[in-house]
Ligand binder design. Structure first.
Ligand code: SF4
Length: 97
């Protein structure tokens, strides 16, 4: 099945993307926020990994919603993991028309 994205933003609520040191610096410079305001350590046993924070409702801290439309407030500097997403295939939680 080919991807038929419905722009539901569920992927921005499921798991938070990992961010590299360089990406953290870029996002900090762009938003004027301190890294500790938008990242948190990922609870990974082996890797020293940081991910974006999520809001209390589970959404990515940078996900915005206006009326019924979602958008990424750091779209131009979003982490590579988000750039590479979604994969070519529909994901199990993807909504269909
Ligand atoms: S940075 Fe943007 S694209 Fe990536 S999860 Fe957050 S809202 Fe979604």
């Amino acid at each position: 099945m080919e991807l038929d994205c419905q722009y539901c933003a569920d992927c921005c609520r499921r798991s938070m993307p990992a961010v590299t040191e360089q990406e953290i610096e870029t996002i900090a410079r762009t938003t004027g926020k301190k890294p500790e305001e938008f990242t948190r350590p990922a609870h990974h046993a082996i890797l020293d990994l940081y991910v974006l924070q999520n809001k209390s409702n589970g959404e990515c801290i940078f996900l915005e919603k206006e009326e019924e439309k979602f958008s990424c407030s750091i779209y131009e500097v979003r982490p590579q993991e988000c750039v590479d997403f979604p994969p070519e295939k529909q994901l199990p939680f993807c909504r269909t028309k």
